[in-house]
Write a protein that binds this ligand. Structure first.
Ligand SMILES: Cc1cc2nc3c(=O)[nH]c(=O)nc-3n(C[C@H](O)[C@H](O)[C@H](O)COP(=O)(O)O)c2cc1C
Length: 252
């Protein structure tokens, strides 16, 4: 069983590689939350994987909500987690491990994979150049092949993370503020002259937070700030605050 979340496709690709290598089934976390019945029983020998992007040096809100509400019956199973990040993930895995262990789940192996940047919400951050994107994806292919092997072999005690220089400050100080105040839909707006009213943003929103044409955000606290709406818009008609940034989608 592999539970994953992805806004722009980076983590989806990693999760798909793991599914191919192990034969394990992929579960998209937003679909599981929509179904509402979060009871899972693993067979003996089955692996349990969690794949998620790092958001503000923490796991995304939607992933944390899923873990909080899921009930997993284990049979001595191997458990691993992989996060993708554009730069570094701070102590995101520490938070994940703490929340998993509250549910009786203990990871045997944890990994981070450096992938192209998708965040357009920080003034000091820019998307990668196309050259840098390709460099990251080339290195990630090798890294993910290695992770697949470790997970297939069920190696224990593996910790291959990219914590950055000051992980505590990233995750608990800057990330703490970011996750408390900036994970919100209130900064999204639509350029109505550019919008072609295709409805793709609403269809892709993992928390069904967008309605109407042209799109409007519901402001009901459900947004997880994955930026799927922003990056997938075929006309780049969706913007975040005053930020002038490009778009990114995973592409091999
Ligand atoms: C809202 C938001 C916050 C992010 N925060 C971080 C971060 O703290 N550290 C980092 O290295 N990358 C950060 N990123 C970049 C993503 O983690 C990275 O691009 C990831 O691979 C995207 O995965 P996805 O395509 O599966 O959504 C952030 C991206 C978004 C959208």
């Amino acid at each position: 069983m592999i539970f994953y979340f992805s806004g722009t496709g980076n983590t989806k690709w990693v999760a798909q590689q793991l599914a191919e290598a192990t034969g394990d089934t992929l579960y998209y976390i937003p679909d599981e939350l929509r179904k509402g019945k979060l009871h899972y029983t693993l067979q003996p020998g089955e692996r349990l994987g969690f794949c998620f992007p790092t958001h503000g040096w923490q796991p995304p809100h939607i992933v944390r909500e899923f873990i909080k509400n899921a009930n997993v019956n284990l049979n001595g199973n191997y458990i691993y987690a992989v996060t993708t990040c554009g730069d570094n993930m701070g102590y995101a895995m520490r938070i994940l491990n703490k929340e998993l262990s509250a549910k009786g789940l203990q990871t045997d192996a944890t990994f981070a994979v450096l992938m192209p940047e998708s965040n357009v919400c920080f003034s000091f951050l820019h998307l990668d150049t196309p050259e840098r994107e390709q460099q990251k994806i080339t290195a990630a292919r090798e890294k993910v092949a290695h992770i697949c092997q470790v997970v297939k072999d069920k190696q224990q005690g593996v910790e291959e993370l990219i914590k950055g220089a000051i992980p505590f400050t990233y995750t608990y100080v800057i990330g703490g503020y970011y996750n408390k105040h900036l994970i919100t839909d209130k900064h999204f707006w639509v350029d109505e002259d550019a919008c072609i009213q295709c409805g793709l943003c609403a269809r892709l929103c993992p928390v069904d937070d967008i309605e109407g044409l042209p799109p409007r955000w519901k402001h009901n606290g459900s947004c997880t700030n994955c930026l799927a709406c922003y990056h997938h818009c075929p006309k780049h008609a969706i913007h975040w605050g005053k930020m002038k940034r490009g778009q990114y989608l995973f592409n091999l």
